[in-house]
Design a protein around this ligand. Structure first.
Ligand code: NAD
Length: 356
């Protein structure tokens, strides 16, 4: 088969980690008989330097012409002082919005060889962590109306509006149920229905959907309880779905309990438009250009691309197994512990390609 992939290499370690993912994808192409056509798309601080905008005109169109987008990372201290339009982070929000990417999928997986990297107690880590956090990405309080005004007797007062429609809840809910069907068929929906009206609507829509997916074991979890359970026993979770702000916080918590941010991929998907796949880490300017970055999160993001955009689970499994095989031999980059001296970005790429 043939696929078109947009590559947003971005800033800092972005180009280095994307290079290794491209090598892995090319190897998959040879092994499974696929051809990949890559289109480089300029976005982030490098775009600000080149054309004066972090999100150049035509960026979304270039991505839409492809089947999926792989992004390294954008941003860095060099652009901290620039105007809003030139800020690399603005480009990230713009592309998610323009491509209609309303569902953010963040797997938190404790790779078998790295159980000791988890900050959890050994007996808890031993039970394993393999969950998928599904976060609503384009609604809720982050996109609601903001207000700031002077009161007569209480100083300045601010409000942030949290709003959700049935349509927004239903489309993310369906995504989560479908994902649960592809996994262990368990779905926890996280809300604060004992307090918030948006959560009560969220819960009622989820209950309606759960009747359509009787094969998926469904549960409601209050957000405060979920935060505790992720530390007490994350092995109980399979797919977890929640609104934007709860998901922002819980997905970082879930990542931390697995040990290294250099290992975790993510996907942002919508209806029809190409999905965007990226590591959860940033551009790591402190180690950029030194062959120290861990490319595994980006390589696993490519695996997610095969699974969720190209519907090629065997290819995705092959990449994940190759990563696990290299980790099982004790190889590691400087950001996590392993056997012997850390190896570099390119050497880690070599080993993973070698296993494929
Ligand atoms: P960061 O994730 O870039 O780095 C945090 C720490 O983790 C650093 O010490 C870094 O060296 C290390 N690290 C991160 N990824 C690593 C990897 N693959 N291998 C080895 N070590 C790794 O977070 P930050 O320092 O808060 O942000 C740096 C820049 O990245 C900022 O400009 C920020 O806005 C941007 N950022 C971009 C994205 C994105 O593109 N999606 C996400 C987060 C942050």
């Amino acid at each position: 088969m043939e696929f078109k992939i947009a590559l947003i290499r971005g800033d800092g370690i972005g180009p280095e980690v994307v290079n290794q993912a491209v090598r892995v994808m090319d190897r998959i192409g040879v092994r499974f008989g696929h051809t990949f056509y890559y289109t480089d798309v300029l976005m982030g601080g490098c775009a600000t330097d080149a054309v004066g905008k972090s999100y150049p005109d035509g960026t979304a169109e270039k991505c839409r012409a492809c089947d999926a987008v792989l992004l390294g990372a954008v941003g860095g201290p060099k652009w901290d002082g620039v105007s809003a339009e030139k800020r690399p982070e603005a480009a990230l929000l713009a592309i998610r919005k323009d491509l209609g990417l309303y569902a953010n999928l963040r797997p938190a997986t404790l790779r078998p060889a790295l159980k000791s990297a988890s900050p959890l107690k050994a007996e808890t880590a031993e039970r394993g962590i393999d969950l998928m956090m599904v976060r609503e990405l384009t609604g809720g309080i982050y996109f609601g109306k903001r207000n700031r005004y002077q009161t007569i007797d209480r100083g300045v007062e601010c409000t942030d509006l949290m709003a959700y429609s049935e349509m927004e809840i239903e489309r993310i809910g369906r995504r989560a149920f479908e994902l649960a069907r592809l996994r262990r068929k368990k779905l926890a929906s996280v809300d604060k229905a004992n307090v918030l009206e948006t959560s009560r609507l969220w819960r009622s829509v989820m209950h309606r959907l759960s009747a359509e997916y009787p094969d998926v074991e469904y549960s409601d979890v209050l957000v405060d309880n979920c935060a505790m359970q992720l530390v007490r026993d994350p092995s109980q979770f399979d797919v977890v779905v929640t609104e934007n702000m709860f998901g922002d916080i819980l997905s970082d918590e879930a990542s931390m309990v697995t040990g290294s941010i250099g290992l975790l991929p993510s996907a942002s998907i919508g209806d029809g438009a190409p999905g965007l796949y990226e590591p959860i880490h940033g551009s790591a300017p402190d180690i950029a250009g030194q062959d120290k970055a861990n490319p595994i999160a980006t390589i696993l993001s490519a695996a997610m691309m095969f699974r969720y955009s190209f519907h090629l689970p065997d290819e995705a499994d092959a990449i994940e197994n190759a990563v696990d095989a290299v980790l099982a031999e004790g190889y590691h980059t400087a950001d996590f512990a392993g056997r012997g001296e850390p190896i570099g970005t390119a050497a880690m790429g070599d080993l993973i390609v070698g296993k494929l």
